[in-house]
Design a protein around this ligand. Structure first.
Ligand SMILES: *Cc1c(COP(=O)(O)O)cnc(C)c1O
Length: 233
């Protein structure tokens, strides 16, 4: 068995343990394989081993890998999305995790409508107000969702966050807990058209804590594929 397969087995075991610890079912948690910077051949190993949903943060990379990886994978867009690039991926992705403005949602709505699609999206929240990160402040999430809700070719499915990088994953527990509470609070507003059930949070460093606090999608790259090597600019 190859290294990628072994990594996946270990992660699945950890997901199952974290789910059990918090009284959840492991089937309710999607392990999203973050395949950014990884070439199609290595990604294929993960796909053939059962990870059928892949996360990318660059439009260009989805376009390059879309054909080679074939029809049985689902693509998630997890990075900062420029409005002028929505048209390239609208027909290719299952879920856009990183919507943080009305302008972007309107463009997604327009492009989805043109191809008779309803695009599932998440609202990216910057829980800790980090300068280096995208996403809306938690306080602004509700009003953004109220503005996006009437668009009929997008469907808001939940929230996503990129938690701070921490040495000890316990340090992010409170952040994940507040994310879950934000989702509950917004659902209680009973906004027309909005029923959020997805919480995309937790990465290689902290996915177990995220699961214990309610994550339904964990986005894992390094723990599956190893360290990323970024091309020299
Ligand atoms: C790269 C990336 C991940 C995966 O991070 P790892 O630490 O490699 O697991 C998850 N989410 C987003 C948005 C990313 O850009």
């Amino acid at each position: 068995m190859g290294e990628i397969q072994q990594n996946i087995d270990q992660i699945q075991e950890r997901i199952a343990a974290a789910a059990q610890k918090s009284g959840r079912k492991k089937e309710d948690i999607l392990l999203l394989a973050v395949s950014k910077t990884i070439d199609a051949a290595r990604i294929k190993e993960a796909v053939q081993y059962g990870l059928k949903e892949l996360g990318e943060n660059k439009v260009q990379e989805i376009l390059q890998k879309y054909e080679p990886l074939g029809k049985d994978v689902k693509w998630h867009f997890i990075g900062h999305l420029q409005t002028n690039k929505v048209k390239y991926i609208i027909d290719k992705v299952t879920l856009i995790h990183s919507v943080e403005s009305l302008k972007l949602a309107e463009e997604i709505n327009k492009r989805a409508k043109q191809i008779n699609k309803v695009m599932d999206i998440l609202i990216e929240v910057n829980m800790e107000g980090e300068q280096s990160k995208f996403g809306v402040p938690p306080k602004e999430a509700l009003s953004l969702i109220q503005k996006i809700a009437p668009l009929d070719s997008v469907r808001i499915r939940g929230l996503m966050t990129v938690a701070p990088f921490v040495e000890n994953s316990e340090e992010n527990r409170e952040c994940f807990r507040r994310m879950r509470q934000l989702l509950v609070d917004i659902n209680q507003e009973k906004i027309d058209n909005v029923c959020m059930d997805i919480l995309s949070m937790g990465m290689s460093n902290d996915f177990e804590v995220a699961i214990e606090e309610g994550a339904t999608i964990v986005r894992v790259g390094t723990s599956i594929f190893g360290k990323r090597i970024y091309p020299q600019k």
